[in-house]
Design a protein around this ligand. Structure first.
Ligand code: GTP
Ligand code: MG
Length: 989
């Protein structure tokens, strides 16, 4: 029986002051779902006895079978604290690294996170990731030290040893928080110092300042401390948990001490001097039991001892009495002593109370969003908030107000689309009949019966026959209808309302993740509901949709709502055709798209899929499309070879995706290939020794380098090509990049994207400074390191830094396009000024076209269409045939070069890059009709691509294969065994 009705929860939704959104984050198996069970049991959603066994939030069959969570799901919980009623949305998330994408979708919607640590396993890799994620998303972390029962039963620690162990874990968690805090402060101080004008130093009086800024920064809220109350000590399985304040209250009345004093001393090196009745410092030095051990842990230990180990009923009864608890005889005498233990703890130290109270005290309500968090949601942290259009900037106030009024603009963040069987939706479920309805139906049936009796037999037979056939037809129709419904999967948007009130039937804009309000506001885009996300051009990101249904999320169950005011996490139905994975829903297009989630994993395991029966190909294609929508971390695409490729985050994720396809989205048998290994194509310096270790002469080297392309095109490794219409000439050479440079570029892809973005915005006449001081500082550091590396690589790279034209592929990859053209002086990518560009030169007009050609070439190398890595293309000559009045053609064709499709924003998707290139190619309408070779831009692009590929091919080419590296940590006692394993399997190393 549910203790809290949905109506009560819906009522609570109207009071954002008492709403909290939290997610539970931890390493795999640290007990998140077990904790969620305890919270649900407190609301009567599941029974207390089933808490910890049911794992209610793991609603998928494979989640239950494997015992791990694979998706994040939310449930609304009611909590009463004093007179106040709270609505707490708890989101359980997976801990397995394969499902890190799901964790991001949970974190995005929350204001707080419960970081759970298994005290036996300690800090694990995903614990660090969780702490980092909470930091980056500016959400309040709270700590739960879980599985303390294992210290008693498995490790058999004494309370004093357990205290030392808990203190050590707390120290480790705080060290990670400290590290995050320090690196943040150092970054800020560093960039503040950089931006400060250099102080004039005179030789007599030099001042050196090594202030890191750490001493002046307020770190009072950074660390977890029992004294503050942001830690709960728990055993989720046994259903108990407590914060220090709970015991401070109890012992304040028992000892007659001040509660505040006990809060400060119950954790730490304090002990009770029983003679003087004073709390003293220095328990360790005087070999005394700290208060935490004496007053808390020893009591818990003795209950475990009496109930589970000694099974001493008399002592247990005494304890129960002294704690003032009432345990039913059934529980007390149950043959499984754990039942009795859970009954005692469930009353004495209920876990849900400890956790939910901490959440209400520490997690900010939706009305208390910080400026920092709002700006982080609206704008990338690397860019200045001021670069947003004024209309967009004004929306920040609406975020902060969180007003549910009809005048406030509607702003909703959709973090993922989750699939659910349509028949599970409340509107398709059979509702229980009310007492009046049952009486009415009974009355009608009685009437029908009476009418039938009155009719004569022949007529009776006739009527019966027809009515029977009617019923048969109707039930058949119903069956097909239900069949259809059952087949269908509905996608529900997992969303949070930040402003306004969302209502059923409301029409709203759906803004894709790449939506740029500044651009959209300038354009007048006609909008209609019939346009879906699948009809959009790569440059368009807005559709119009109607909210069909609103739901309260209760794990796998959904409860219908009529409206959802600001400050709530809800499910939205009817957006299946408008949202691919994530989006922003708003009543204004000035609202920026919520920025990308901070995900720590990228999908890497690739497999090719094919239906077992070829005729079922369309079902596979449809299924893959649905899977792509349902999973934030999966990628699907059709390779040029005709293979349908699925990219997943890891083995477990892959298995889940394939199961989903087979059982849910495609419902067919599928053959899965072995994982496809990703390659990279590269070139190496020509060999100096031959196979018999003899030095190869230079002249000989040149000879070997020549390939079948050997022609007048190839001059000393340089490729000279003309566009098909012979109006443009170029000469390109490929060089292997120094390995250190390649590594640096690979590690700094995000910064390279930013660099390109600032360069473009500067040169297309938009705001000059779009970067935050921190980003400017990081870019400066990257520039310095790159400069050093080029300097070490030898004289031929001396001028490379300032001549970098672009990085590729996707404008941020580990390949460089270098400008060595004597007649085209392009401003350096690193320069902060926009001078030096001769806007009327053909070079300028075709600059972005040239770059697109390079991007295409580096995206698919000539060896096996895999991306290139570590290649530098040096452009030595690029001329336009003046005699053939090229400049006229140029003027005609490039109407607005600054806005040429690929000039401004960095691309992330292969398809996009290609479609982008196509749009550049088709942007010259006049020449397409005037020459038989197509648009001039297209000719340049394909010639650049061709030249790059050929220049690559005349060098010694190599295929690079990915290596899987991992750190293996073992305890000292296992060191010998693991060492033996590596000796037997040397290939692993
Ligand atoms: N001894 C003990 N076991 C616990 C406790 N909490 C959870 N467990 C057990 O730990 C295992 C994992 O628990 P889950 O709640 O599924 O862990 P999780 O963090 O949700 O795991 P993922 O979602 O897969 O990351 C289960 O076998 C639980 O019974 C606890 O407090 N004490
Ligand atoms: Mg779980």
């Amino acid at each position: 029986m549910r203790a809290v009705s949905p109506e009560v929860l819906a009522e609570l939704q109207k009071n954002p002051k008492n709403i909290r959104h939290i997610c539970i984050l931890a390493h795999v198996d640290h007990g998140k779902t077990t904790l969620a069970d305890s919270l649900l049991a407190s609301n009567g959603i599941i029974s207390q006895k089933m808490a910890g066994k049911l794992r209610y939030m793991d609603s998928r069959k494979d989640e239950q079978e494997r015992g791990i969570t694979m998706k994040s799901s939310a449930v609304a919980v009611h909590y009463q604290k004093g007179d106040a009623n709270y609505l707490i949305n708890v989101i359980d998330s997976p801990g397995h690294v394969d499902f890190a994408g799901e964790v991001c979708t949970a974190v995005r919607l929350c204001d707080g996170a419960i970081i759970l640590v298994d005290v036996v396993e300690g800090i694990c890799p995903q614990t660090k990731v969780a702490l980092q994620q909470a930091w980056l998303e500016h959400i309040k972390p709270l700590l739960v030290l879980n599985k303390i029962d294992r210290l008693i039963l498995e490790w058999k620690l004494t309370p004093l040893d357990a205290y030392a162990h808990l203190a050590m874990i707390l120290e480790q968690v705080n060290a990670i928080r400290g590290e995050l805090f320090a690196s943040d402060v150092l970054k800020k101080t560093d960039c503040a110092q950089q931006s400060e004008p250099q102080k004039e130093s005179n030789s007599d009086q030099q001042v050196f300042d090594w202030n890191s800024g750490l001493d002046d920064s307020d770190d009072s809220t950074v660390y977890f401390s029992p004294e503050q109350g942001n830690i709960v000590f728990a055993s989720a399985l046994d259903g108990w948990g407590f914060g220090i304040s709970h015991f401070a209250k109890i012992y304040a009345s028992k000892l007659g001490a001040r509660e505040e004093l006990l809060k400060k001393t119950l954790w730490g090196d304090f002990y009770l001097n029983s003679k003087t009745k004073q709390i003293m410092k220095g328990a360790q030095a005087k070999a005394k039991r700290p208060l935490f051990v004496q007053f808390i842990l020893e009591n818990i230990w003795s209950i475990y001892d009496a109930v589970l180990i000694q099974r001493d009923k008399v002592t247990v009864d005494k304890m129960v009495k002294s704690l003032n608890l009432t345990i039913s005889a059934r529980d007390a005498n149950h043959k499984d002593p754990k039942i009795g233990l859970q009954a005692i703890f469930g009353q004495w130290l209920p876990l849900s109370d400890a956790v939910l109270e901490m959440v209400c005290n520490f997690v900010p309500s939706p009305l208390e969003l910080s400026n920092e968090k709002v700006e982080g949601l609206m704008c990338s942290s690397a860019l200045k908030f001021d670069i947003l259009a004024e209309e967009s900037r004004n929306l920040k106030q609406d975020f902060l107000k969180c007003s549910p009024s009809d005048d406030a603009p509607v702003i909703v963040c959709i973090s993922k689309m989750f699939p659910t069987e349509r028949k599970m939706l409340p509107e398709f479920k059979q509702k229980p009949l009310t007492a009046e309805e049952i009486t009415l139906r009974r009355e009608k049936a009685r009437q029908r019966q009476a009418e039938k009796l009155l009719e004569n037999t022949s007529e009776k037979v006739k009527t019966e026959a027809t009515s029977k056939s009617d019923i048969a037809v109707e039930s058949e129709m119903n069956n097909t209808f239900i069949d259809d419904i059952e087949k269908d999967t509905a996608f529900i948007a997992f969303a949070r309302v930040y402003s306004g009130c969302v209502k059923k039937g409301q029409q709203l804009y759906v803004l894709g993740p790449k939506h740029d309000p500044a651009k959209a506001l300038k354009m007048n885009i006609p909008m209609s509901e019939s346009i879906t996300v699948h009809d959009l051009h790569p440059e368009q990101h807005i559709t119009l949709a109607t909210v069909k249904n609103l739901y309260l999320l209760m794990g796998k169950e959904l409860i219908e709502l009529d409206n959802a005011p600001a400050g709530n996490v809800i499910g939205i139905g009817g957006l299946q055709d408008h949202v691919l994975k994530s989006a922003t829903l708003s009543s204004t297009i000035a609202c920026p798209g919520f920025i990308d989630l901070h995900s720590s994993t990228v999908p890497i395991v690739r497999v090719a899929l094919e239906p077992a029966h070829p005729r079922e190909m369309s079902a596979l294609v449809r299924g893959m499309r649905l899977l792509n929508q349902a999973d934030p971390c999966v990628r699907v695409f059709l390779q040029e070879t005709g293979e349908h490729v699925l990219v997943s985050a890891g083995e477990v994720h892959l298995q889940r995706c394939v199961d989903d396809l087979k059982e849910r989205f495609a419902k067919i048998e599928i053959n899965v290939s072995a994982p496809i290994v990703p390659f990279r194509e590269t070139i190496i310096p020509p060999p100096t020794m031959d196979m018999v270790n003899e030095i190869i002469e230079k002249s000989q080297q040149k000879k070997t380098a020549k390939t079948e392309n050997e022609s007048d095109e190839n001059q000393n490794g340089c490729i000279c090509l003309r566009t098909p219409n012979k109006l443009c000439y170029l000469r390109i050479r490929a060089e292997p990049l120094p390995p250190e440079v390649t590594k640096l570029l690979e590690e700094n892809a995000t910064l390279l994207k930013l660099l390109e973005q600032t360069y473009n915005s500067r040169h297309s006449g938009e705001t000059e400074d779009i970067l935050t001081p921190e980003s400017i500082n990081s870019l400066q550091k990257l520039k310095t390191t790159l400069h050093e590396l080029f300097k070490c690589a030898g004289p031929k790279w001396a001028d490379a830094l300032d001549n970098i034209w672009s990085f590729g592929p996707r404008r941020c990859g580990p390949n460089i396009l270098l400008n060595s053209i004597s007649t085209y002086k392009r401003p350096s990518l690193w320069s902060s000024k926009s001078t030096g560009f001769k806007a009327d030169s053909p070079h300028f007009n075709y600059d972005s076209t040239f770059i697109s050609g390079f991007q295409l070439a580096t995206l698919c190398g000539p060896l096996c269409d895999e991306p290139m890595m570590g290649v530098c293309f040096v452009v030595e000559e690029w001329t336009f045939d003046r005699d053939s009045s090229v400049s006229d053609v140029a003027d005609l064709e490039v109407s607005n070069p600054g806005e040429s499709a690929d000039g401004l924003c960095p691309k992330t998707d292969d398809n996009e890059l290609v479609s982008d290139a196509i749009s550049v190619a088709s942007s010259g309408p006049s020449s397409a009709s005037s020459t038989p070779f197509g648009p001039f831009t297209g000719q340049i692009m394909s010639t650049v691509k061709e030249a790059c590929r050929k220049a690559f091919q005349v060098q010694p080419q190599r295929l690079m294969c990915a290596m899987y590296s991992c750190n293996i940590q073992v305890t000292t006692d296992m060191l010998g065994k693991s060492f033996k394993f590596f000796i037997i399997n040397p290939l692993i190393i």
